[in-house]
Design a protein around this ligand. Structure first.
Ligand code: PGA
Length: 251
C-alpha cells in the first residue's frame, strides 16, 4: 500500500517522436477524463525536443524528461540539465533507465547524483532498477535490485517526491513479463529497502511502478499486484489509445 493518493502511469517514448507526434499527447489529454483523473496520474515522457511544444496541449497530463545531467549547467556538450527540463514544462524525469545503464555505463552513484539534481530542480525523479535475465536465473534478482535501490535512491529527497520503477531488463520490449506474484515479491522487497532507508513508516510514500512489456491486455493483472503503484510504459505509450487503455485498468 502507498500513502500517495493516486497511482502513476508514465509513458517513456524513448527515442521516438517528431513534431507530428504531438497529436498523441493531445489525444491522451482528451481521453484523460474526470473519472480517470480521480483515479490515476498520467505522465508522458517524450523526447526533450517536444516538451515545450507539448506543454500547452498536455492539459492535466504531466510531462517528464528521459534523462538529465547531474549538474545544473556547464561545458557538457549534448547533455540536458534537470533545470532545463523543468523550464520546458517537465515535472518528472526518468533516471537510470537500464538502456542508459547498459549503453553509457551509468553507475548507481551517477544515477543517484542525477536524481538529486532532479530534486534540486523541483522535478520528481523516476529511478529505474531491474535485474538481467542472467541475474534472475541465478536467483539473484532481489539482491541485485536491492543493491541498485540502496545505491541509486536520493535518500535526502522526500520519499513522496520520488518514484521507483522496477523494470526487469529481460521484460523490456520483449513481450515477456514476470508473473504478478514475482512483481509483488520484488515490489515488497523494494518497499522494505525504502522503509529502511527513509525510516520506518516513511517508505510507503514512494510510488513503485512496474515496467516492461505492459500492454492494455496485461495491465489490470500486473497493476493489481500488491505494492504496485502504477506502470512505466515504453512501446505501448506511443499510441494514445494503448496508453489510455493501460491507464484504464484503474477505472
Ligand atoms: P516496454 O518498455 O514497455 O516497451 O517494454 C518499458 C521501458 O523501457 O520503460
Amino acid at each position: 500500500m502507498t500513502s500517495n493518493p493516486r497511482p502513476l502511469v508514465a509513458g517513456n517514448w524513448k527515442m521516438h517522436g517528431l513534431l507530428a507526434s504531438i497529436g498523441e499527447i493531445e489525444a491522451v489529454a482528451a481521453g484523460y477524463d474526470a473519472e480517470l483523473r480521480a483515479r490515476a496520474e498520467l505522465v508522458v515522457c517524450p523526447p526533450a525536443t517536444l516538451l515545450a511544444l507539448a506543454r500547452p496541449i498536455a492539459a492535466d497530463v504531466g510531462l517528464g524528461g528521459q534523462d538529465c545531467h547531474d549538474e545544473e549547467s556547464g561545458a557538457h556538450t549534448g547533455d540536458i540539465s534537470a533545470r532545463m527540463l523543468a523550464d520546458a514544462g517537465a515535472t518528472y524525469v526518468i533516471v537510470g533507465h537500464s538502456e542508459r545503464r547498459a549503453a553509457y555505463g551509468e553507475s548507481d552513484a551517477l544515477v543517484r547524483a542525477k536524481a538529486e539534481a532532479a530534486s534540486r530542480a523541483g522535478l520528481t525523479p523516476i529511478v529505474c532498477v531491474g535485474e538481467t535475465r542472467f541475474d534472475r536465473e541465478a536467483g539473484r534478482a532481489v539482491e541485485i535490485v536491492g543493491r541498485q535501490v540502496d545505491g541509486s535512491v536520493p535518500w535526502s529527497a522526500p520519499p513522496e517526491r520520488l518514484v521507483i520503477a522496477y523494470e526487469p531488463v529481460w521484460a523490456i520490449g520483449t513481450g515477456l513479463t514476470p508473473t504478478p506474484r514475482d512483481v509483488a515479491d520484488m515490489h515488497g522487497a523494494i518497499r522494505a529497502r525504502l522503509e529502511t532507508g527513509f525510516g520506518a513508516g516513511n517508505g510507503g510514500a514512494t510510488r513503485i511502478l512496474y515496467g516492461g512489456s505492459v500492454k492494455p491486455a496485461n495491465a489490470a493483472e500486473l497493476l493489481r499486484a500488491p505494492d504496485v503503484d502504477g506502470a512505466l510504459v515504453g512501446g505501448a505509450s506511443l499510441k494514445a489509445a494503448d496508453f489510455l487503455g493501460i491507464a484504464g485498468a484503474y477505472r
